[in-house]
Write a protein that binds this ligand. Structure first.
Ligand code: OAD
Length: 304
Protein backbone atom coordinates (compact mmCIF):
# COMPACT_ATOMS: atom_id res chain seq x y z
CA UNK A 1 0.00 0.00 0.00
CA UNK A 2 1.28 3.41 -0.81
CA UNK A 3 0.65 6.03 1.83
CA UNK A 4 1.14 9.35 0.18
CA UNK A 5 -0.18 11.57 2.94
CA UNK A 6 2.21 13.86 4.61
CA UNK A 7 1.90 16.61 7.16
CA UNK A 8 1.65 19.90 5.38
CA UNK A 9 3.80 22.84 6.27
CA UNK A 10 0.67 24.98 5.90
CA UNK A 11 -0.48 23.55 9.20
CA UNK A 12 2.36 25.27 11.06
CA UNK A 13 0.20 28.31 11.20
CA UNK A 14 -3.21 28.02 12.62
CA UNK A 15 -4.98 27.99 9.27
CA UNK A 16 -6.14 24.52 8.33
CA UNK A 17 -4.10 22.98 5.57
CA UNK A 18 -6.93 22.78 3.11
CA UNK A 19 -4.41 22.86 0.33
CA UNK A 20 -2.80 19.62 1.47
CA UNK A 21 -2.32 17.83 -1.79
CA UNK A 22 -5.28 15.54 -1.22
CA UNK A 23 -6.24 15.28 -4.86
CA UNK A 24 -2.83 13.94 -5.75
CA UNK A 25 -3.11 11.35 -3.07
CA UNK A 26 -6.69 10.16 -3.30
CA UNK A 27 -6.08 7.46 -5.85
CA UNK A 28 -3.09 6.07 -3.98
CA UNK A 29 -4.94 5.73 -0.69
CA UNK A 30 -6.91 2.66 -1.41
CA UNK A 31 -8.17 1.87 2.07
CA UNK A 32 -10.71 4.62 2.35
CA UNK A 33 -13.36 6.39 0.44
CA UNK A 34 -11.38 9.54 0.80
CA UNK A 35 -13.14 11.34 -1.99
CA UNK A 36 -16.20 11.84 0.16
CA UNK A 37 -14.00 12.96 3.01
CA UNK A 38 -12.67 15.62 0.75
CA UNK A 39 -16.16 16.97 0.29
CA UNK A 40 -16.74 16.86 4.02
CA UNK A 41 -13.51 18.72 4.32
CA UNK A 42 -14.83 21.46 2.09
CA UNK A 43 -18.10 21.50 3.98
CA UNK A 44 -16.09 21.97 7.11
CA UNK A 45 -14.45 24.98 5.61
CA UNK A 46 -17.88 26.46 4.98
CA UNK A 47 -19.08 25.42 8.40
CA UNK A 48 -16.27 27.00 10.36
CA UNK A 49 -17.93 30.36 10.54
CA UNK A 50 -20.95 28.80 12.20
CA UNK A 51 -19.03 26.99 14.89
CA UNK A 52 -19.11 29.79 17.41
CA UNK A 53 -22.75 30.39 16.78
CA UNK A 54 -23.61 26.73 17.26
CA UNK A 55 -26.84 26.33 19.12
CA UNK A 56 -26.37 23.92 21.97
CA UNK A 57 -29.22 21.57 22.44
CA UNK A 58 -28.75 21.10 26.12
CA UNK A 59 -27.13 22.30 29.27
CA UNK A 60 -23.58 21.29 30.14
CA UNK A 61 -24.88 18.45 32.36
CA UNK A 62 -27.14 17.27 29.57
CA UNK A 63 -24.22 17.29 27.14
CA UNK A 64 -22.14 15.16 29.54
CA UNK A 65 -25.07 12.77 30.02
CA UNK A 66 -25.64 12.57 26.28
CA UNK A 67 -21.93 11.96 25.62
CA UNK A 68 -21.92 9.15 28.20
CA UNK A 69 -25.08 7.65 26.77
CA UNK A 70 -23.70 7.70 23.21
CA UNK A 71 -20.41 6.17 24.39
CA UNK A 72 -22.06 3.39 26.38
CA UNK A 73 -24.41 2.47 23.56
CA UNK A 74 -21.64 2.42 20.95
CA UNK A 75 -20.33 -0.99 19.90
CA UNK A 76 -16.86 0.22 19.00
CA UNK A 77 -15.98 3.58 20.51
CA UNK A 78 -12.50 5.04 20.09
CA UNK A 79 -10.67 8.23 21.00
CA UNK A 80 -8.51 10.60 18.98
CA UNK A 81 -6.27 12.75 21.14
CA UNK A 82 -4.08 15.76 20.52
CA UNK A 83 -1.80 18.06 22.46
CA UNK A 84 -4.69 19.38 24.58
CA UNK A 85 -4.88 16.05 26.39
CA UNK A 86 -1.28 16.43 27.61
CA UNK A 87 -1.34 20.15 28.38
CA UNK A 88 -2.63 19.44 31.87
CA UNK A 89 0.52 17.32 32.36
CA UNK A 90 2.64 20.37 31.61
CA UNK A 91 3.44 19.61 27.98
CA UNK A 92 2.69 22.65 25.80
CA UNK A 93 0.35 22.53 22.83
CA UNK A 94 1.53 23.57 19.35
CA UNK A 95 -1.01 26.21 18.43
CA UNK A 96 -2.66 28.95 20.42
CA UNK A 97 -1.15 31.69 22.55
CA UNK A 98 1.21 29.48 24.57
CA UNK A 99 1.75 26.99 21.76
CA UNK A 100 5.21 25.84 20.67
CA UNK A 101 4.69 27.09 17.13
CA UNK A 102 4.11 30.56 18.53
CA UNK A 103 7.58 30.59 20.07
CA UNK A 104 9.60 28.40 17.77
CA UNK A 105 9.78 28.21 14.02
CA UNK A 106 8.87 24.69 12.95
CA UNK A 107 10.67 25.17 9.64
CA UNK A 108 13.92 25.42 11.62
CA UNK A 109 13.10 22.59 14.01
CA UNK A 110 10.67 20.05 12.64
CA UNK A 111 11.51 19.38 9.00
CA UNK A 112 14.02 17.02 7.36
CA UNK A 113 15.64 20.11 5.82
CA UNK A 114 16.14 21.65 9.27
CA UNK A 115 17.80 18.46 10.46
CA UNK A 116 20.09 18.37 7.42
CA UNK A 117 20.99 22.04 7.96
CA UNK A 118 21.52 22.07 11.70
CA UNK A 119 21.20 18.69 13.44
CA UNK A 120 22.61 20.03 16.71
CA UNK A 121 19.94 22.72 16.95
CA UNK A 122 17.18 20.23 16.12
CA UNK A 123 18.51 17.68 18.60
CA UNK A 124 18.82 20.33 21.34
CA UNK A 125 15.18 21.26 20.87
CA UNK A 126 14.10 17.62 20.94
CA UNK A 127 16.27 16.93 24.00
CA UNK A 128 14.43 19.74 25.79
CA UNK A 129 11.08 18.24 24.80
CA UNK A 130 12.22 14.72 25.79
CA UNK A 131 13.00 16.18 29.23
CA UNK A 132 9.51 17.69 29.45
CA UNK A 133 7.91 14.37 28.60
CA UNK A 134 10.10 12.40 31.01
CA UNK A 135 9.27 14.67 33.91
CA UNK A 136 5.53 14.84 33.13
CA UNK A 137 2.98 12.60 34.78
CA UNK A 138 -0.27 11.43 33.22
CA UNK A 139 -3.25 13.71 33.91
CA UNK A 140 -6.75 12.78 34.99
CA UNK A 141 -7.62 12.81 31.27
CA UNK A 142 -5.11 10.06 30.49
CA UNK A 143 -6.33 8.08 33.50
CA UNK A 144 -9.99 8.46 32.54
CA UNK A 145 -9.25 7.11 29.07
CA UNK A 146 -7.49 4.13 30.63
CA UNK A 147 -10.49 3.56 32.92
CA UNK A 148 -12.75 3.63 29.87
CA UNK A 149 -10.49 1.08 28.16
CA UNK A 150 -10.67 -1.17 31.24
CA UNK A 151 -14.46 -0.84 31.27
CA UNK A 152 -14.45 -1.94 27.64
CA UNK A 153 -16.13 1.22 26.39
CA UNK A 154 -13.13 2.70 24.57
CA UNK A 155 -11.39 0.20 22.33
CA UNK A 156 -8.49 2.27 20.99
CA UNK A 157 -6.78 5.59 21.51
CA UNK A 158 -5.34 7.08 18.34
CA UNK A 159 -3.01 9.87 19.35
CA UNK A 160 -1.13 12.59 17.55
CA UNK A 161 0.96 13.06 20.67
CA UNK A 162 4.56 11.93 20.71
CA UNK A 163 4.63 11.48 24.50
CA UNK A 164 3.96 8.18 26.25
CA UNK A 165 1.44 9.48 28.78
CA UNK A 166 -1.45 7.31 27.56
CA UNK A 167 0.72 4.22 28.05
CA UNK A 168 1.98 5.41 31.43
CA UNK A 169 -1.62 5.96 32.54
CA UNK A 170 -2.22 2.30 31.66
CA UNK A 171 -3.78 2.38 28.18
CA UNK A 172 -2.71 -0.62 26.13
CA UNK A 173 -4.39 -0.01 22.80
CA UNK A 174 -2.64 3.11 21.59
CA UNK A 175 -1.69 4.07 18.04
CA UNK A 176 0.88 6.85 17.68
CA UNK A 177 0.25 8.60 14.39
CA UNK A 178 3.14 11.06 14.67
CA UNK A 179 5.75 8.79 16.22
CA UNK A 180 7.23 8.82 19.68
CA UNK A 181 9.73 11.31 21.00
CA UNK A 182 11.32 8.90 23.49
CA UNK A 183 12.66 6.80 20.64
CA UNK A 184 15.42 7.67 18.16
CA UNK A 185 16.11 5.91 14.91
CA UNK A 186 19.03 5.73 12.56
CA UNK A 187 18.95 7.96 9.49
CA UNK A 188 20.45 5.12 7.48
CA UNK A 189 19.75 1.65 8.86
CA UNK A 190 16.81 0.28 10.86
CA UNK A 191 18.45 0.63 14.26
CA UNK A 192 16.42 2.39 16.95
CA UNK A 193 16.78 3.05 20.67
CA UNK A 194 14.59 4.25 23.54
CA UNK A 195 15.96 7.04 25.72
CA UNK A 196 16.20 6.28 29.45
CA UNK A 197 17.62 9.72 30.14
CA UNK A 198 17.55 13.01 28.31
CA UNK A 199 20.31 12.88 25.67
CA UNK A 200 23.10 15.40 26.18
CA UNK A 201 23.57 17.46 23.02
CA UNK A 202 26.13 18.06 21.50
CA UNK A 203 27.31 15.75 20.16
CA UNK A 204 24.41 14.47 18.11
CA UNK A 205 23.68 10.84 18.93
CA UNK A 206 25.07 8.24 16.53
CA UNK A 207 23.84 4.81 15.51
CA UNK A 208 25.51 2.01 17.46
CA UNK A 209 25.16 -0.25 14.47
CA UNK A 210 26.39 1.82 11.51
CA UNK A 211 27.67 5.06 13.03
CA UNK A 212 25.33 7.36 11.10
CA UNK A 213 23.36 10.10 12.94
CA UNK A 214 20.25 9.16 14.87
CA UNK A 215 17.11 11.28 14.54
CA UNK A 216 14.03 11.59 16.75
CA UNK A 217 11.49 8.92 15.78
CA UNK A 218 8.76 11.45 15.07
CA UNK A 219 7.09 12.63 11.89
CA UNK A 220 8.35 15.95 10.63
CA UNK A 221 6.48 18.32 8.38
CA UNK A 222 6.64 17.22 4.78
CA UNK A 223 7.23 13.58 5.73
CA UNK A 224 4.86 10.70 5.14
CA UNK A 225 3.28 9.12 8.17
CA UNK A 226 4.38 5.68 9.27
CA UNK A 227 2.54 3.35 6.94
CA UNK A 228 1.69 0.77 9.58
CA UNK A 229 0.39 3.31 12.11
CA UNK A 230 -1.72 5.16 9.55
CA UNK A 231 -3.16 1.98 8.10
CA UNK A 232 -4.00 0.69 11.58
CA UNK A 233 -5.63 3.99 12.61
CA UNK A 234 -7.66 4.08 9.43
CA UNK A 235 -8.83 0.49 9.86
CA UNK A 236 -9.84 1.20 13.46
CA UNK A 237 -11.73 4.33 12.42
CA UNK A 238 -13.58 2.47 9.70
CA UNK A 239 -14.88 -0.10 12.14
CA UNK A 240 -15.88 2.43 14.80
CA UNK A 241 -19.29 3.89 15.50
CA UNK A 242 -18.21 6.65 17.88
CA UNK A 243 -15.12 8.79 18.24
CA UNK A 244 -14.24 10.91 21.23
CA UNK A 245 -12.07 13.73 19.89
CA UNK A 246 -10.09 15.37 22.68
CA UNK A 247 -7.69 18.28 22.67
CA UNK A 248 -6.86 18.59 19.01
CA UNK A 249 -7.16 21.68 16.86
CA UNK A 250 -8.20 19.28 14.04
CA UNK A 251 -6.16 21.12 11.45
CA UNK A 252 -3.37 18.65 10.72
CA UNK A 253 -4.20 15.97 8.19
CA UNK A 254 -4.59 13.06 7.88
CA UNK A 255 -5.32 12.84 11.65
CA UNK A 256 -8.07 15.44 11.34
CA UNK A 257 -9.85 13.28 8.75
CA UNK A 258 -10.20 10.32 11.14
CA UNK A 259 -13.36 11.62 12.89
CA UNK A 260 -14.87 12.24 9.47
CA UNK A 261 -14.29 8.62 8.51
CA UNK A 262 -16.29 7.58 11.58
CA UNK A 263 -19.00 10.14 10.87
CA UNK A 264 -19.28 9.12 7.26
CA UNK A 265 -19.88 5.53 8.30
CA UNK A 266 -22.85 6.67 10.38
CA UNK A 267 -20.90 7.04 13.64
CA UNK A 268 -21.01 9.81 16.20
CA UNK A 269 -18.48 12.44 17.18
CA UNK A 270 -18.10 13.66 20.76
CA UNK A 271 -15.66 16.55 20.93
CA UNK A 272 -13.98 17.89 24.08
CA UNK A 273 -12.07 21.12 23.64
CA UNK A 274 -12.18 24.51 25.39
CA UNK A 275 -12.11 26.08 21.91
CA UNK A 276 -14.17 25.32 18.85
CA UNK A 277 -12.37 23.68 15.95
CA UNK A 278 -13.20 23.05 12.29
CA UNK A 279 -14.65 19.76 13.49
CA UNK A 280 -17.10 21.29 15.97
CA UNK A 281 -19.96 21.77 13.48
CA UNK A 282 -19.81 18.00 12.86
CA UNK A 283 -19.80 17.00 16.51
CA UNK A 284 -22.94 15.31 17.84
CA UNK A 285 -21.92 16.51 21.27
CA UNK A 286 -19.45 19.32 21.85
CA UNK A 287 -18.17 19.82 25.39
CA UNK A 288 -16.42 23.15 25.79
CA UNK A 289 -14.17 22.08 28.65
CA UNK A 290 -10.68 20.94 29.54
CA UNK A 291 -9.95 17.27 28.93
CA UNK A 292 -9.51 16.13 32.54
CA UNK A 293 -12.65 17.79 33.86
CA UNK A 294 -14.88 16.66 31.00
CA UNK A 295 -13.55 13.09 30.89
CA UNK A 296 -13.92 12.69 34.65
CA UNK A 297 -17.54 13.83 34.39
CA UNK A 298 -18.22 11.45 31.51
CA UNK A 299 -16.56 8.63 33.44
CA UNK A 300 -18.76 9.34 36.48
CA UNK A 301 -21.83 9.26 34.24
CA UNK A 302 -20.69 6.01 32.62
CA UNK A 303 -20.31 4.37 36.03
CA UNK A 304 -23.86 5.31 37.15
P1 OAD B 1 -2.65 21.82 18.70
O1 OAD B 1 -1.67 22.56 19.51
O2 OAD B 1 -2.83 22.19 17.28
O3 OAD B 1 -4.08 21.92 19.37
C1 OAD B 1 -4.26 21.69 20.73
C2 OAD B 1 -5.74 21.78 21.03
O4 OAD B 1 -5.91 21.50 22.41
C3 OAD B 1 -6.37 23.14 20.76
O5 OAD B 1 -7.54 22.98 19.97
C4 OAD B 1 -6.74 23.66 22.17
O6 OAD B 1 -7.95 24.40 22.16
C5 OAD B 1 -6.93 22.36 22.91
N1 OAD B 1 -6.74 22.44 24.36
C6 OAD B 1 -6.01 23.33 25.08
N2 OAD B 1 -6.09 23.06 26.38
C7 OAD B 1 -6.90 21.98 26.51
C8 OAD B 1 -7.36 21.21 27.62
N3 OAD B 1 -7.03 21.49 28.87
N4 OAD B 1 -8.18 20.16 27.35
C9 OAD B 1 -8.53 19.84 26.08
N5 OAD B 1 -8.12 20.54 25.01
C10 OAD B 1 -7.31 21.59 25.21
O7 OAD B 1 -2.30 20.27 18.87
P2 OAD B 1 -2.70 19.06 17.92
O8 OAD B 1 -4.05 19.22 17.36
O9 OAD B 1 -2.39 17.83 18.68
O10 OAD B 1 2.57 17.41 14.79
O11 OAD B 1 -1.64 19.25 16.77
C11 OAD B 1 -1.56 18.30 15.75
C12 OAD B 1 -0.15 18.15 15.29
O12 OAD B 1 0.38 19.44 14.93
C13 OAD B 1 0.81 17.68 16.35
O13 OAD B 1 0.82 16.28 16.49
C14 OAD B 1 2.12 18.19 15.88
C15 OAD B 1 1.71 19.58 15.45
O14 OAD B 1 2.51 20.20 14.52
C16 OAD B 1 3.86 17.06 14.73
O15 OAD B 1 4.69 17.52 15.47
C17 OAD B 1 4.19 16.07 13.70
Amino acid sequence: MSVAFSISEDSFYHEPSFSLSLEDNIHTFSQTNLMSNVSLYNDMEDGRGHADARVFAGTYEQDIARAASLISSAKHAIALTGAGVSVESGIPTFRGRDGLWNKYNPIELATPEAFARNPVLVWKWYAWRIGLVMSAVPSAAHSALYDMEKMGVIKWVITQNVDDLHERAGSRNVVHLHGIILRARCTKCDYSIWWNDVPKIPPIPKCESCGEPLRPDVIWFGEPLNEEALSKAWGIAQSSDLILVIGTSAVVYPAAAIPLVVKENGGKIVEINPDVTPLTPYADVYIKEGASYALRKILEALKK
